[in-house]
Design a protein around this ligand. Structure first.
Ligand code: XMP
Length: 520
């Protein structure tokens, strides 16, 4: 649990809905700090969190099924406002003496609710017809409200689309205000956190930086901190934040594995070491990685070798430093939530342990994780507020093994050099045409096959480059980007003209599933 963030905080109790994280994000977007705990989280911890309001999330279970989850009693004892969403509304109703039944029709998708009573929650959300569009996703529904509750809106198939007991400040909605399909969802959540719970809007980048800097100074004191800097968003923001908090007490190690994009190593050094004055040790380990990878063709074996070499190089650099007490990491909140989401997830077992788990025993650092309670979009905003360039903060993700999984089969320096040039042309053209920001990830892939081409009067027998560009939100599924043919034409022409070792360019038209985004 994070201490001393702000006094105004909202607690979300998670009953397992796919939208639960979104609730926490929406609350924070409204400028209020929020955390999410499993519904069966330790009650003392819930008290200690000292929430100004509690939101009970949706969930996949049926309230009347035996053993289905319930909100802990403390929720109703704290005397703070409670908002139940979908399952959260149903369990609150059942726990306070109302009734929930299986719906004869499952309601899923858009619905218009008729607003009957404009209570604090629904204030200002209805249109001229007293309606507003919401997103429904439920089978069961409330059949009888608990004592003290009044219906505030309904749909033809859902007589209690929302209800409230304003005296006790208890609110329930059958729909999902946290998803963007609910037209006035943002307003509704703002109504709850600001008007009903009385929270201010302290949660913004400037305040987060100020609070975080103070916390880091307190935690670290005069000790030294080591950070593995990759140039990716999370480690870059950690570097900038730590630099602001503790200046020269921070040392970063940047491992150049020879599998980075064109000029990437120099750019990282330029930005962090030269522009920002951060102490960055660049470990040039290209030869070492390439020798360890020589002759290896299996994708998983390649990943393992790259991971192992990284740890070894990082550990060697760390051992050269004297008196380092802390290791900083860019763990972010979704990592923490994911690993704590066990059914009885009382302990926050964190994914980041895996990251340091690989370090040898003689390097027993204490962890510093200043982004541990932040969502990715918050980390990005923080990065911008800390002065990191926009293009770096909004860059497509780049996998840990780098070009290692984009050179099919055996990795050779020659291949990596060709791929870097092709990828760079692809990125230049995507940025210039405005397509970079319309795709979630795009890159070139080296095909270790030769194909015949013709250049002037001569014959060329050279390598093949594949272009991959996808649109996705969650990276679990993805569709290949429908780039305009003119753009694909320009990119392929440039690649074949400017790189003598490439005779052919192909565009990957596979979606995920069944293909993956990366080729290996
Ligand atoms: P796939 O290829 O599984 O990729 O569809 C989904 C997302 O994960 C990234 N990815 C990785 N990231 N180490 C990483 O740090 C890896 O080994 C790795 N493999 C895939 C991929 O770039 C995409 O964003």
């Amino acid at each position: 649990m994070t201490q001393n963030i702000t006094t105004d905080r909202i607690l979300i109790l998670d009953f397992g809905s796919q939208y639960s994280q979104l609730i926490a994000r929406r609350v924070r977007e409204a400028g209020v700090y929020s955390e999410m705990y499993a519904y069966d989280h330790d009650e003392d911890d819930i008290r200690a969190f000292n929430p100004k309001g509690i939101i009970l999330s949706g969930g996949p279970e049926s309230v009347y099924a035996e053993g289905s989850p319930r909100a802990p009693q403390v929720v109703f004892e704290l005397g703070v406002p409670v908002l139940g969403i979908c399952y959260g509304f149903q369990t609150m109703t059942a726990q306070l003496g109302g009734e929930v039944v299986a719906g004869s029709v499952k309601e899923f998708g858009y619905a218009k609710i008729d607003v009957q009573v404009e209570d604090g929650l629904l204030a200002g959300v209805k249109d001229a017809n007293n309606q507003t569009q919401v997103w429904m996703s439920h089978g069961d529904k409330v059949a009888k409200l608990a004592d003290g509750f009044t219906t505030t809106s309904s749909t033809p198939s859902c007589p209690f689309a929302s209800a409230s007991d304003e005296a006790r400040k208890l609110y329930g909605v059958q729909f999902h205000p946290e998803v963007t399909h609910t037209e006035k969802g943002v307003e509704l959540i703002a109504n709850f956190v600001h008007n009903i719970c009385g929270c201010g809007s302290e949660w913004n980048s400037e305040n987060i930086i100020e609070m975080r800097v103070a916390q880091l100074r307190e935690q670290i004191g005069n000790e030294k901190v080591l950070l593995g800097l990759s140039g990716g968003v999370d480690s870059s923001v950690v570097a900038a934040l730590l630099h602001r908090a503790i200046g020269d007490q921070l040392t970063c190690v940047f491992v150049d594995n020879g599998l980075l994009r064109l000029n990437e190593g120099d750019q990282v050094m330029q930005m962090f070491a030269e522009n920002m004055g951060i102490r960055v040790i660049r470990a040039d380990a290209e030869n070492r990685f390439l020798s360890a990878l020589a002759g290896v063709t299996d994708p998983e074996a390649k990943r393992k070798i790259i991971g192992r070499e990284f740890i070894e190089v990082f550990a060697e650099e760390a051992r050269k430093l004297d008196g380092v007490k802390f290791l900083a990491q860019g763990t972010i909140y979704p990592d923490v939530i994911e690993s704590a989401a066990s059914k009885h997830g009382k302990a926050h077992v964190i994914k980041s342990h895996h990251n340091v788990g690989g370090l040898p025993d003689d390097l027993a650092f204490e962890l510093v994780e200043p982004l541990r309670d932040l969502f990715k979009d918050e980390v990005r905003k923080l990065g911008v507020a800390l002065g990191l360039p926009h293009h770096m903060i909004y860059r497509h993700p780049f996998p840990g093994p780098g070009l290692g999984v984009r050179i099919l089969g055996e990795i050779k320096k020659e291949y990596a050099d060709i791929l870097r040039l092709a990828d760079d042309i692809f990125m230049q053209e995507l940025r210039e045409s405005g397509w970079y920001d319309k795709t979630a990830q795009a890159f070139a892939v080296f095909q270790p096959v030769k194909s015949v081409g013709v250049v002037g009067d001569g014959r060329r027998y050279a390598w093949v480059i594949a272009l991959r560009a996808v649109e996705t939100v969650d990276f679990m599924t993805a569709r290949f980007a429908h780039l305009p043919y003119d753009l694909v034409d320009k990119i392929s022409t440039r690649i074949m003209n400017e790189i003598a070792d490439v005779s052919r360019v192909v565009y990957d038209v596979s979606s995920k599933p069944p293909a993956t985004i990366e080729w290996e």
